[in-house]
Design a protein around this ligand. Sequence first.
Ligand code: ZN
Length: 251
Amino acid sequence: MVIAAHPDDADFGPAATAARWIDAGSEGWLVCCTSGDAGADDPDTDPLELAATREQEQRDAAAIVGYAGVTFLHQPDGAVANDLVLREHLVREIRAFRPDAVFATDPEVLFHGDRGVNHVDHRAAGIAAVDAVYPAARNAMAFPWLAREGLAPHRVRRIYLFWPNDANVRVDVVTTIDRKIAALRAHATQIRDPKSLEPRIRAWAAEEGETIGVTAGEAFRLIVIDDDADEAPDEPSGADLGNGGRETTGA
Ligand SMILES: [Zn+2]
């Protein structure tokens, strides 16, 4: 499961890894906290129309990546808050889909190195995802009406944080980088310079793949919450996993 603040975040984020895992048999689900209703330069833009357009762009992109579906939580773009309302929404999604792994924006990134500020919604959606995964999704007494409704507690075992400053895992996405680029092209309202998109994404992927010796990679900070049953508890979890790591886990 990928939890993102805006339509397009998941595609700039872990799209190629998601595509690779889906190709390998995982099932993927995308949750967008907002519908990107503030993502235009003209202040007279109708936010509801923009949201509808961006939801369609994200659905088209999600079909290219291969997700089984997309949920939009309709939080306000630019004002995502890690509050109990959003946490309950996310717990509901996690308990319904029951992912082994959740991808979310790294909430500890305030600045991208020394180049650029991480959007406030990315930080808020990231920490909301982490707080929903642990402990709320696995705790029957968090939002107890959910369990009473039949949404049983669920233990997500891994969190992959995307756009990290300190990556500890890199996934080989040579076979799926084209799908990431195609998915990004679906976000037509957000791509100002379509010609530069592909070289920009390929250069970024090349940089992230370099340490594992591949021409295209995606970098994450992996947090292991629970070991898989067939893993030794002291298995190093921070190694670079050039083969995509534990590919049997769902995303
Ligand atoms: Zn975003």
